[in-house]
Write a new protein. Structure first.
Length: 265
């Protein structure tokens, strides 16, 4: 097994400690969030707290793809974080990444970043409408998204859990996380509005965001709302259709296994 370890120049003085933390990843107990596919753990290095994200080992086909043809999720996360910071767009500071590879296959990857002690995420805005200044935060978030678009940042995973929100005396600071799926370049009107599709199912929130986006862009508010609401409904339809298909596949797989196990042959 070969390791490729890259650390930000700012953190070169603690390079050995960061590399050691990745090596000892399984020993750390403090897990951040739900560890469904990828696991994020909190570690302390030199008195400061960081997150280490361990990406799930890909299937055999993608092990070949990531080994030879495509950058890993950890490497993209690191590079995209640095690019966002160049645009003055907040994200937890990128510390390092590590790749574990064999001669022909890609195995594991890890991404290390500074820990942001946020007050809430966008997700809470979709579930708790009693949050103080709920509308102000939502409008500030919309202005933040407009800034992304003006800088040509198409965050493909612009979804409820991927924006951290920190309250300040003079407003709110937003941080993007889970960065490995992004495109960069000029965004047309449809692409910009479609970028809101995964954020909420609540029409009143769409109304506020479309109103604020119209103020930022100078666009027609009704046109923006109609398209934003349509893209939201389209995404929800595809999302739940995918779930229904998965349930059917799972049902038939389970039924087939039961029939095989019950067979007298």
């Amino acid at each position: 097994m070969q390791n490729k370890f890259v650390i930000h120049p700012k953190y070169s003085p603690v390079s050995n400690q960061v590399d050691k933390a990745i090596f000892e990843f399984e020993e750390y107990k403090e897990v951040l969030g739900a560890a469904e596919r990828n696991v994020i753990k909190i570690v302390t290095i030199g008195g400061e707290r960081y997150t280490i994200k361990s990406f799930k080992t890909p299937n055999i086909l993608n092990q070949v793809v990531y080994r030879f043809f495509r950058k890993s999720k950890a490497e993209r996360s690191y590079e995209y974080a640095n690019k966002l910071l160049e645009f003055d767009i907040n994200t937890p500071f990128p510390v390092a990444y590590e790749l574990q590879i064999t001669l022909f296959l890609f195995k594991k990857s890890y991404y290390v970043s500074e820990l942001i002690d946020c007050d809430l995420t966008y997700r809470e805005l979709t579930t708790d409408f009693s949050i103080p200044d709920h509308e102000d935060i939502l409008r500030a978030f919309t202005r933040f998204t407009y800034k992304l678009h003006e800088n040509g940042v198409n965050f493909l995973d612009h979804s409820p859990g991927n924006t951290l929100i920190e309250k300040k005396e003079d407003g709110y600071v937003f941080y993007l996380v889970d960065l490995n799926r992004m495109k960069f370049g000029t965004m047309d009107f449809d692409t910009r509005i479609k970028n809101f599709a995964k954020l909420t199912i609540h029409r009143p929130m769409i109304e506020i965001m479309s109103n604020e986006y119209a103020k930022c862009s100078g666009g027609d508010e009704q046109k923006i709302f109609n398209l934003m609401w349509q893209y939201t409904k389209d995404f929800q339809y595809r999302y739940y259709r995918k779930i229904r298909i998965k349930k059917r596949i799972f049902f038939w797989k389970k039924k087939y296994k039961n029939e095989i196990s019950d067979s007298p042959i």
